[in-house]
Design a protein around this ligand. Structure first.
Ligand code: UDX
Length: 435
C-alpha cells in the first residue's frame, strides 16, 4: 500500500518505518526542513532501540522516503496517517491546532478517495471534528478513522511489529477493509484487530494510559504506607501481583511516572470530563499523588544533611524518565535536580542516553560525568532516578570508596536491602526498610 505519514515525531517515525518494513511504500512528511534533510541522509532524529537498522534498510530498499511538502504526501498516500503533536494546553486539555490545520489542508487539496487515520492521542470526538473540518472544502469521498497507538518508548519497534491488539475506530466498511488489510501482517500470531466506533477507540487510548498511571500511583501510595507501618512493598507487590486479576506488571513503586504520555493523558482525560461536568475524582488524585511522589525522597536527603545541602555534591544515576530512552520529559530526575539547585547543592549526573538533552536544559548548572562511577567521586550521596540495567549490579566497594558518605537514595528499588547492609552502605529506598 502507499502510505503518507504526516508528522515525523516519535510516533510518526516508528509508524512509517515499521509500515515500510512490512512492504508498504511510505512517505514521511514533516515541516522541519533540518529534520527532513537529516532523515534523507539516513539519520534517525530520535533514540529508539532497533529503529536505526529498520530505517536504513527501508530507505535503501526505496520503501521509505521523506519530504517537507504536505501536498506531495497527500498525492502519494492512499492512507494518510496523522501523527501530529497534541500538546497540553494551560488548562490540561489537548491542543488540536496541528491536527485541525492539516485536516483543513487535506480538505482543500485531495481529489481522490483517501483514508485519513488519526494516530495522535486525541480527545473523544476528534475524529468527528477532523471529518467536519475536511468536509468543509472537500470535493471527493474520504473516510476518517481513529487508530490510537500503544507504543512504549524503548520498545516501540517491537510494540508496533508485534502488537497485543490493534484498535480501529471506524464507521465506514470501506475504510475498515483498508485498515484490516494494512494491519493483518502484524497480527498473524492471532492477536486481535478490534473494530469499534471512533469515540470508543479514542477513549480506549486515554483509559488505558490513565488506568496504568493509576495502577502505578496506587502502588506508590501502598509503598509510602509500607514505610510508615514497617511492611516491605516488594513482598506486598509480589503477594498482590500473583493474583491474575491484578497481574505482576506496572506494580513497581518509585519516584513517580513521567514521560510524554501518562502525565499529559491523565490530565487531558480529567479535563475532558470536567468540560461536560463529569468529575473524574480518581484522576485528580492520581495527578496530585504523582506530583508529590516525584519529590518524596527529597526531604529524606535533606534531613540526612541536617537540612543544609548548601555546597554538598549529589551524584545522580539516571536522568531519562525511564530506561532505554533519551526522553527527559516530566522525568522525576528533573524535579530532584531543581530542588538540589534551589538548596545550593552541586549535581553531578550520569545517564547512558539522556545527557545531551539534560545539558540543553541545564547548561553549566550541573556537571555531567563520563561514566557511572566518575560522578560518584567525592560526592556526598548517590541518588538513583532511573532503573537502567547498567546500574543494577554496581561494584559496591568502588562506590563506597568514591563516595564521601556511603549512602544511596534509590528511587527505583534496584538493590536487595540486606545486601547493602552487608556492604556497609546506608540505603534508603521506596516502601522498604532503611539500613
Ligand atoms: C506509555 C504506555 O505504556 C504506552 O502504551 C503509551 O502508548 C505511551 O505511554 P511510555 O510512556 O513509553 O508508554 O512508558 P511506560 O513504560 O509505560 O512507563 C511510563 C512511566 O511509568 C515511566 O515513568 C515509568 O518509570 C513508570 N512506571 C512504569 C513505574 O513507575 N512503575 C511501573 O511499574 C511501570
Amino acid at each position: 500500500m502507499k502510505i503518507a505519514v504526516i508528522g515525523s515525531g516519535y510516533v510518526g517515525l516508528v509508524t512509517g518505518t515499521c509500515l515500510a518494513e512490512n512492504g508498504n511504500e511510505v512517505l514521511c512528511v514533516d515541516i522541519d526542513n533540518n529534520k527532513v534533510e537529516q532523515m534523507k541522509a539516513g539519520i534517525v532524529p530520535i533514540y529508539e532501540p532497533h529503529l536505526d537498522v529498520l530505517f536504513e534498510r527501508n530507505i535503501e530498499a526505496g520503501r521509505l522516503s521523506f519530504t517537507t511538502d504536505l501536498n506531495e504526501g497527500l498525492d502519494f498516500g492512499e492512507v494518510i496517517f496523522l501523527a501530529l503533536p497534541t500538546p497540553e494546553n494551560g488548562d490540561g486539555s489537548a491542543d488540536l491546532k496541528y491536527v485541525l490545520s492539516v485536516a483543513e489542508e487535506i480538505g482543500k487539496y485531495i481529489t481522490s478517495y483517501k483514508v485519513i487515520v488519526d494516530k495522535s492521542t486525541v480527545p473523544v470526538g476528534t475524529a468527528e471534528r477532523v471529518r467536519a473540518t475536511i468536509a468543509k472544502a472537500c470535493k471527493t469521498e474520504f473516510d476518517v478513522v481513529s487508530n490510537p497507538e500503544f507504543l512504549r518508548e524503548g520498545f516501540a519497534v517491537d510494540d508496533f511489529l508485534k502488537p497485543e491488539r490493534i484498535v480501529i475506530g471506524s464507521s465506514s466498511a470501506r475504510a475498515t477493509e483498508v485498515m484490516q488489510r494494512l494491519y493483518q501482517p502484524f497480527v498473524r500470531s492471532g492477536n486481535p484487530i478490534l473494530i469499534m466506533d471512533e469515540k470508543s477507540a479514542e477513549l480506549t487510548k486515554y483509559a488505558s494510559n490513565s488506568f496504568l498511571a493509576t495502577k502505578i500511583t496506587f502502588m506508590n501510595e501502598i509503598a509510602n504506607y509500607c514505610e510508615k507501618v514497617g511492611a516491605d512493598v516488594d513482598k506486598v507487590r509480589i503477594g498482590m501481583g500473583t493474583d491474575s486479576r491484578i497481574g505482576k506488571r506496572f506494580l513497581f513503586p518509585g519516584i513517580g511516572y513521567g514521560g510524554s504520555c501518562f502525565p499529559k493523558d491523565v490530565k487531558a482525560l480529567h479535563k475532558s470530563g470536567k468540560d461536560i461536568n463529569y468529575d473524574f475524582k480518581i484522576l485528580d488524585a492520581v495527578v496530585q499523588v504523582n506530583d508529590k511522589q516525584k519529590t518524596i525522597l527529597y526531604p529524606k536527603i535533606s534531613s540526612f544533611f541536617d537540612d543544609d545541602l548548601k555546597g554538598k555534591t549529589i551524584a545522580i544515576w539516571g536522568l531519562a524518565f525511564k530506561p532505554e530512552t533519551d526522553d527527559i520529559r516530566e522525568a522525576p530526575a528533573l524535579y530532584m535536580i531543581d530542588k538540589f539547585l534551589e538548596a545550593g547543592a552541586h549535581v553531578k549526573a550520569f545517564d547512558p542516553e539522556a545527557m545531551e538533552n539534560v545539558k540543553q536544559k541545564y547548561g553549566d548548572q550541573i556537571a555531567l560525568g563520563k561514566d557511572m562511577y566518575d560522578v560518584t567521586k567525592g560526592a556526598d550521596a548517590l541518588l538513583i532516578c532511573t532503573e537502567w540495567s547498567i546500574f543494577r549490579t554496581p561494584d559496591y566497594k568502588r562506590l563506597k570508596s568514591n563516595l564521601r558518605n556511603p549512602i544511596i537514595f534509590d528511587g527505583r528499588n534496584l538493590y536487595p536491602v540486606l545486601e547493602l547492609a552487608k556492604e556497609g552502605i546506608h540505603y534508603i529506598s521506596i516502601g522498604r526498610q532503611n539500613v
